[in-house]
Design a protein around this ligand. Structure first.
Ligand SMILES: [Fe+2]
Length: 286
């Protein structure tokens, strides 16, 4: 089995159908994805210095959380990051006029942080749909550095369309964002993950074969948000930085085209809060 696929169908509709069928694509960097990577890296170095992957050697947990949080907020909320992300997904088959998106979050998997209870939810095996995203959601994941398979995450393809025992019913999107977006973006409140409950599996199960991937900075990984996957803890001495964001093709969403949604009981929908095509017009260049 070739995993992930390196070549996408020429036709955008076909690409989306493949994604809803569970195919995973790792596509070459585009001009915009490389610009997005440069932008995110510049935001990181402004906070963490010239070697962000070694930032854990220089800052304690609290300081790192604050600094990475500021980068997250900036990349997620500022027009430059949103524009670069919009252009990146347009490059790979999701035109701005047809696509709503939840902007890119900087994800930091800090070396040695897997035993920190505050970081625990990061490592829960999950589907992105358990967080109030619809079955039509496609996750876009981009590494900021060249990474080995041990530094990325793993999929359980056999569980794409087979339920796993989980408690996604505890997640209510509207409740999650009701006190502002700091929880959603993941900044400001370091102890939030100790108080908030996030969906996780509820039984020890054999999930079947685990499939990982290596990648280069700026390559664009596309997969259905219904995929069951798990982030790998980092113990290599280097922290790992990536971007992830979610897109929905509004035509497909309205038509009910989507991946299987076999065990998602989360409540509410994040889609109304996505950046909509008409919002894109309001993003001034500059
Ligand atoms: Fe995820």
């Amino acid at each position: 089995m070739t995993f992930p696929l390196r070549i996408r169908p020429d036709d955008d509709t076909e690409l989306r159908r493949n994604l809803y069928d569970g195919k995973v694509f790792l596509l070459p960097p585009t001009t915009s994805s490389l610009r997005l990577v440069d932008y995110a890296r510049a935001c990181l170095t402004a906070e963490l210095g010239d070697t962000p992957r070694r930032a854990h050697e220089h800052y304690d947990d609290a300081e790192l959380f604050e600094r990475v949080g500021r980068v997250r907020r900036r990349v997620y909320t500022e027009p430059e990051g949103q524009r670069l992300f919009r252009d990146t997904v347009a490059d790979v088959g999701f035109p701005a006029a047809e696509t709503a998106f939840d902007p890119a979050r900087v994800r930091a998997i800090i070396h040695g942080a897997a035993d920190n209870p505050r970081a625990a939810p990061v490592y829960y095996p999950h589907r992105d749909t358990w967080y109030g995203h619809p079955g039509s959601v496609v996750t876009v994941w981009i590494a900021l550095d060249d990474l080995t398979a041990e530094e990325t995450f793993v999929f359980y393809p056999g569980r794409f369309d087979r339920p796993v025992a989980n408690d996604s019913e505890i997640f209510d999107y509207d409740d999650w964002v009701s006190r502002g977006w700091s929880l959603k973006i993941g900044w400001q409140d370091r102890d939030a993950s100790l108080r908030a409950r996030y969906p996780q599996v509820t039984a020890e199960e054999e999930y079947g074969p685990e499939v990982g991937f290596s990648c280069r900075a700026g390559e664009v990984l596309l997969f259905s948000g219904s995929h069951f996957h798990r982030t790998l803890p980092q113990w290599s001495g280097l922290s790992r930085f990536s971007l992830d964001a979610r897109v929905v093709h509004l035509g497909d969403h309205a038509a009910g085209l989507s991946a299987p949604d076999v065990d998602n009981r989360s409540r509410g929908s994040a889609v109304p809060d996505y950046i909509q095509p008409h919002d894109v017009d309001a993003m001034t260049d500059g």
